[in-house]
Design a protein around this ligand. Structure first.
Ligand code: CP
Length: 318
């Protein structure tokens, strides 16, 4: 693996899931692999899980880690080619990415969607600019349109917990007071299409995701209908893709309740976290044995670790 920008960078999903599950049993097995290697983690947005789990993953591989809050600590970056930099930006991405590459063997980046400029978000201008001007591999820690480390985590969790060969997995929209990106839902959708699952998406009309990502996945506008016999219910809010970044409605009846979970096949409740309790999901569900959210958070480490391991294995020898 050269970079990890989307789930498409995974050569074989079943193989990498199996490797991650093995790594979980023996997390320090490859601690020589990252010796004298440095991971640089650049954050343009907040994080709890991604920051700590990716750092832990790197440390378990024997790597050194440098973390920088790019939005608050670094010079403000210019991304336009040929721009006359007499405004608010102080450093061009050309130098910034090349300079970070002098200190780091792998650069991991978190840069969320603007949700105001669809064209820029779809072009992944932060992530892709780093990829263009850095001389080392890039790992996506959630970009404008994708969260592939979360999706790999969720694939590992489903594989660990499934009780039948082909489980039914439902991705359900839920209400939220703020406009959120589509990144988690996009990557989860892409990942489910690479797995042997019966996958359904449910959301109110108007919240359709990018059709280039959903392809022929069935979309059911009746949440109760979609939840019937589900083995896994993956819940996430996202803002409108077509009416880009807008909250069209936040109908509280889409919240996940114990009554809704009763429609499932004793289904597991999944969420990437952070979650707004009693807005997205009732306490009674997230605090129940059906909730997998802490197991998912634990698996973030092993998803990141297997990705970093694959990338480290491709680096030129020291
Ligand atoms: N799920 C997830 O990416 O969590 P953080 O935003 O806290 O990193």
């Amino acid at each position: 693996m050269k970079h990890y920008l989307t789930t498409d960078d995974i050569e074989s999903v079943p193989k990498i899931i199996a490797e991650a599950i093995e790594l979980k049993k023996e997390p320090y097995r490859f601690e020589q692999l990252g010796k004298h290697r440095t991971l640089g983690m650049l954050f343009f947005n907040s994080s709890l899980r991604t920051r700590l789990s990716t750092q832990k993953a790197a440390m378990q591989l024997g790597m050194q880690v440098m973390v920088m809050n790019f939005s608050g600590e670094a010079w403000s970056l210019e991304f336009e080619d040929g721009s006359v930099m007499n405004g608010s930006t102080s450093e061009h991405i050309k130098e910034a990415a090349a300079v970070v590459s002098q200190y780091c063997d792998i650069i991991a980046i978190r840069a969320f969607a603007t949700l105001t400029d669809k064209e820029k978000d779809e072009a992944e201008y932060v992530l892709k600019s780093f990829q263009k001007y850095a001389s080392v591999p890039i790992v996506n820690m959630e970009s404008a349109t994708a969260h592939p480390l979360q999706a790999l985590t969720d694939a590992i969790t489903i594989t660990e917990l499934k009780t039948k060969e082909r489980p039914k997995v439902v991705l359900s929209w839920a209400p939220h007071p703020k406009a959120l990106p589509q990144a988690v839902a996009n990557s989860f959708t892409s990942m489910m299409q690479k797995m042997d699952v019966d996958f359904v998406i449910t959301h109110p009309e108007g919240y359709e995701l990018n059709p280039e990502i959903t392809k022929d996945v069935p979309i059911v506008y009746d949440q109760n209908e979609a939840l019937k016999d589900a083995d896994f219910v993956y819940v996430k809010n996202w803002s409108s893709y077509n009416d880009y970044g807008k909250i069209l409605q936040s109908d509280p009846s889409w919240k996940i309740t114990a009554e809704k979970m009763a429609l499932t096949n004793n289904g597991k409740f999944m969420h990437c976290l952070p979650v707004r309790r009693n807005v997205i999901v009732d306490d009674a569900v997230i605090d129940s044995l059906q909730s997998t959210v802490i197991q998912q958070a634990n698996n973030r480490t092993f998803a990141a670790q297997i990705v970093l391991k694959h990338i480290l294995e491709q680096l030129p020898k020291l």
